[in-house]
Design a protein around this ligand. Structure first.
Ligand SMILES: *[C@@H]1O[C@H](CO)[C@@H](O)[C@H](O)[C@H]1NC(C)=O
Ligand SMILES: *[C@@H]1O[C@H](CO)[C@@H](O)[C@H](O)[C@H]1NC(C)=O
Ligand SMILES: *[C@@H]1O[C@H](CO)[C@@H](O)[C@H](O)[C@H]1NC(C)=O
Ligand SMILES: *[C@@H]1O[C@H](CO)[C@@H](O)[C@H](O)[C@H]1NC(C)=O
Ligand SMILES: *[C@@H]1O[C@H](CO)[C@@H](O)[C@H](O)[C@H]1NC(C)=O
Length: 484
């Protein structure tokens, strides 16, 4: 009995367990619980990999959650997180969300905490816009992205945390974004739309094996954080939906994004670090970022964008094994006078692209300022941009590279690239202005500002040999048992 009591925080649950009601009564974590399986009943073991396994586990149903798609569960979720936070010093706790449709407003996560969604669990974001709390704009942005002032808090929010896992057996988070997109287009929103997941000022974060659909705006936004693993995420939003960026690492260090599939109305991955004078003064770069095995479909945006908000700087980004289909551009750099900051040491190796407008696109005059107080002398430094081993087909224009007059983008290296042009391709496959670099083994022939170094230099563009620290982080295999 002792171990039973450890698993069930209140006597009512023990009674329920003993009479073995057919509904799911609880999730049992830990070995000592398993030993206490003295009663009949079916159970399932489930396993997954995570940065940490938890000593305690409880189901949202124990906190009064109802997965009928109609009952609002915001309080149940917040109560569950608050209660489970007491286990932080004992290795933390897991909140299990069983099959069902769990309507909820935003709730905050805690440290040493895992949110786990069953494969048939759907978190449905509340459509009651008036009930979404509003938080301050990000200091590195100064303003909300949709409107000056505050931002609706994200559906899952966490700040100043350590050791947080949001995962599942490919369970779903449905932002029910259509209403937000409509209100945004009609200019009826007073504040910036919410994201699905935002993790701020945090360390050691895992977001994995989930499907995110119809976010009101960006999907996953780690900001001012470090040591982040994002793995096995499917993101789906209509290709015309506004600003439904997939994953946006923003002023983050040591991040690994892998094995993900994204179809969306904006950039599949957008690397950011603050906006104009606000981003310059906050001064927090995104660096040591690895993106690998990404598949992207985004007809109106990039597979990977660097910027346009990059005022804190972007450095040491490695992208490997990127597939994009029917996407506007492959890797795009977006910046403007007034941004300041830098984009440097960018390494791209291995892209397979099909049906694209531009393979390479650099935009020095993106505009889109936070306000009119930006410093016209704050010029971004774009240097050391390496692209190699790219095959593309059905492409309208190979590249459109536009730096800034008086502030050229330098150190561009493009090698081993074969681009098959579309039937209705543009007349000139390359246009270049205010850029400097070199090329080797590139078809069709690049513009004169990227002089060919000869075929023997086809392997010349850098890609670092040594791993980033985050690549060496191994996930642990965690196993839990659920009873029915
Ligand atoms: C995600 O799912 C895949 C395939 O089912 C599995 O191989 C992988 O280990 C899972 N990752 C995590 C972090 O659970
Ligand atoms: C969640 O965190 C935000 C930001 O710290 C805070 O404004 C809000 O009150 C928190 N919500 C709850 C329910 O604690
Ligand atoms: C969260 O961390 C940031 C950065 O370290 C700090 O400025 C802020 O005061 C912290 N907030 C809370 C609520 O602890
Ligand atoms: C997860 O679910 C999505 C949506 O149903 C599906 O497209 C994707 O293939 C699934 N991923 C895995 C690893 O099963
Ligand atoms: C050129 O790129 C292809 C992939 O597109 C790769 O298989 C090949 O090894 C690369 N060649 C060199 C010399 O790196």
């Amino acid at each position: 009995m002792d171990s039973l009591w450890k698993c069930f925080p209140n006597p009512l649950q023990v009674v329920k367990f003993l009479v073995l009601v057919s509904a799911v009564v609880c999730v049992i974590g830990r070995v000592e619980c398993r030993k206490s399986r003295i009663l009949e009943g079916s159970s399932d073991v489930f396993e997954y990999s995570a940065i940490s396994c938890r000593g305690h586990s409880a189901s949202i149903e124990e906190f009064g959650g109802v997965g009928d798609g109609r009952t609002l569960n915001t309080k149940a979720f917040q109560e569950a997180v608050n209660q489970l936070s007491q286990y932080a010093s004992e290795g933390g706790a897991q909140l299990y969300v069983p099959a069902g449709k769990w309507l909820t407003g935003s709730f905050n996560l805690t440290s040493h905490f895992t949110l786990y969604l069953h494969k048939d669990a759907v978190l449905l974001a509340s459509q009651d816009i008036g009930s979404w709390p509003v938080v301050d704009p990000l200091p590195s942005y100064g303003h909300g992205r949709d409107a000056a002032g505050g931002r609706y808090i994200s559906l899952l929010f966490g700040t100043n945390l350590t050791d947080v896992v949001i995962t599942g057996d490919n369970g779903t988070i449905d932002g029910q974004g259509a209403l937000w997109w409509q209100q945004f287009h009609k200019k009826k929103l007073k504040f910036t739309r919410p994201y699905l997941i935002e993790i701020m000022h945090s360390d050691t974060v895992q977001i994995s094996n989930l499907t995110l659909v119809n976010s009101p705006s960006w999907n996953v936004h780690p900001v001012y954080s470090s040591n982040i693993i994002i793995q096995g995420i499917t993101i789906i939003a209509p290709i015309t939906s506004p600003n439904t960026d997939g994953i946006n690492p923003d002023s983050c260090t040591n991040t690994r994004i892998e094995d993900s599939y994204i179809v969306s109305g904006d950039d599949c991955i957008a690397v950011k670090s603050g906006w104009d004078e606000y981003g310059i003064s906050y001064g927090m770069p995104t660096k040591q970022l690895l993106i690998r095995r990404l598949t992207c479909i985004s007809p109106y945006s990039a597979a990977i964008a660097l910027g346009s908000e990059m005022s804190g700087g972007i450095q040491d980004v490695r992208a490997q094994d990127i597939v994009a289909i029917n996407t506007e551009s492959g890797v795009r750099i977006k910046t403007a006078v007034g941004r300041g900051g830098f984009v440097k040491d960018i390494y791209v190796k291995g892209m397979k692209l099909q049906t694209m407008k531009w393979v390479f696109w650099m935009t020095g005059n993106y505009g889109s300022h936070a306000d009119n107080h930006y410093d016209p002398h704050a010029l971004p430094a774009i240097q050391g941009i390496n692209y190699r081993d790219v095959v593309a087909d059905d492409v309208k224009m190979a590249a459109r590279l536009e730096g800034i007059s008086g502030d050229p983008f330098t150190g561009i290296c493009i090698a081993n690239v074969t681009i098959g042009m579309a039937q209705k391709a543009k007349k000139y496959p390359w246009t270049c202005a205010d850029v400097e670099g070199i090329a080797s083994g590139v078809v069709p022939t690049p513009c004169a500002s990227l002089p060919d170094q000869g075929p023997e230099k086809v392997g010349m563009c850098d890609f670092p040999q040594e791993n980033l620290e985050i690549e060496n982080v191994e996930l642990r295999s965690c196993s839990y048992q659920i009873r029915y």
